[in-house]
Design a protein around this ligand. Structure first.
Ligand SMILES: Cc1cc2nc3c(=O)[nH]c(=O)nc-3n(C[C@H](O)[C@H](O)[C@H](O)COP(=O)(O)OP(=O)(O)OC[C@H]3O[C@@H](n4cnc5c(N)ncnc54)[C@H](O)[C@@H]3O)c2cc1C
Length: 321
């Protein structure tokens, strides 16, 4: 079943489209008769190809300049919704996506559903799925009231797949007034230096937890991740302890990852951690406690001491390299 017109707020990642937008477009194709994107970023012409390839026929493009993209996105959407009446607008559950959905909700007085993991059309109802209580319960909520319905989705809720569509037609949107919110200017940007793939996009993620014992032992995680051409991740316990930055955190209040292989070292497997990684194709865990909950989601479990198992693994991989 499908609904009429589905829009995706496509965020920019530098000069490219953020990967979450392509995931949302892929889902939008499944539920919408018409799929269009609203792109907040510069160089819209350069991204029309990839947006079209993932299902958008039109891209409404607004350049936020040095204003906050969430604030500009909300104002642009208000203007465009008045002109084109979409039925559903999908957002990424990112900082800017959350800014935009909240601002838009206030501007047009519509309900929002956030933190969603899926969406489906049931007769004349649009229903979003959300995990609650740390991922232990799933609820499905139907929108009521007037369209457009506004829903934000956790990253990696859908797998981005190109449909082979032609480049989207670019419609430049001018005269967007974000009001006082548009007066806040971005003065500087810092890109965290990182080697290897991004945590959210890596095919292999190696994460460490409190079982590593101390901050210096996180080097084991980094070394193993590097040898496997993966990204290092972490449980919240060691982020809170200051061993690694928050950008490494996997879980409910961190990143959601969906790699081919997820390796958990000294992580107990609290539900708040599992919710961010249980979608991995293969899960390997090393924990000295055979009863640790991480083993309930693991394809391969090693009951052992990380300080014995991981150095051996590193040694074996180095010997192969
Ligand atoms: C609202 C909320 C949001 C949260 N969000 C997140 C989140 O996003 N991500 C997240 O990770 N957590 C989150 N948490 C915290 C979560 O509940 C857990 O406290 C946390 O995940 C535990 O981290 P850990 O597994 O590293 O530590 P622990 O639970 O302390 O587990 C350490 C594990 O290491 C094992 N171990 C000890 N020594 C060794 C050794 N030498 N070799 C092998 N194994 C060993 C132990 O058996 C144990 O299983 C959240 C909590 C709340 C309340």
């Amino acid at each position: 079943m499908s609904i009429g017109k589905v829009w995706v707020l496509a965020e920019a990642d530098g000069d490219e489209v953020a990967s979450a937008a392509l995931e949302l477009l892929t889902k939008a194709r499944e539920i919408g008769d018409t799929v269009e994107a609203v792109y907040v970023g510069s160089s819209a012409d350069a991204v029309a190809g990839v947006l079209g390839e993932h299902g958008a026929t039109t891209v409404y493009a607004v350049d936020p300049g040095d204003s906050l993209s969430g604030a500009v996105g909300a104002a642009a959407l208000e203007k465009l919704i008045g002109e084109h009446s979409p039925d559903l607008v999908m957002f990424d559950q990112s900082y800017d996506g959350r800014d935009a959905i909240a601002g838009l909700s206030a501007r047009i007085d519509r309900t929002v559903l956030t933190n969603s993991a899926d969406i489906r059309i049931d007769g004349d109802q649009v229903r979003a799925t959300t995990a609650i209580f740390g991922g232990t319960q799933i609820v499905e909520t139907a929108f009521e009231g007037e369209a457009p319905y506004l829903a934000a989705f956790r990253p990696k809720s859908f797998v981005a797949e190109p449909s082979g569509g032609a480049a989207a037609a670019v419609v430049a949107v001018d005269g967007v007034d974000a009001g006082r919110a548009g007066e806040a200017k971005v003065l500087d940007r810092h890109v965290e230096e990182a080697e290897g793939p991004k945590l959210e996009e890596a095919e292999v993620v190696v994460s460490g937890g409190r079982g590593l014992g101390e901050a210096e032992h996180y080097a084991l995680v980094e070394t193993l991740a590097k040898l496997l051409k993966g990204a290092p991740g972490a449980s919240r316990a060691i982020v809170d302890a200051g061993w690694v930055p928050y950008s490494h955190q996997v879980g409910q209040t961190g990143k959601t990852v969906k790699p081919k292989v997820y390796i958990a070292l000294g992580i107990s497997g609290a539900t708040q951690h599992l919710v961010g990684m249980k979608g991995a194709d293969n899960i390997i865990a090393v924990n000295k406690d055979a009863e640790a909950p991480i083993f309930s989601v693991s394809d391969l479990g090693i009951v052992g001491d990380v300080h014995k198992v991981v150095p051996k693994l590193i040694e074996a991989l180095e010997a192969r390299a």
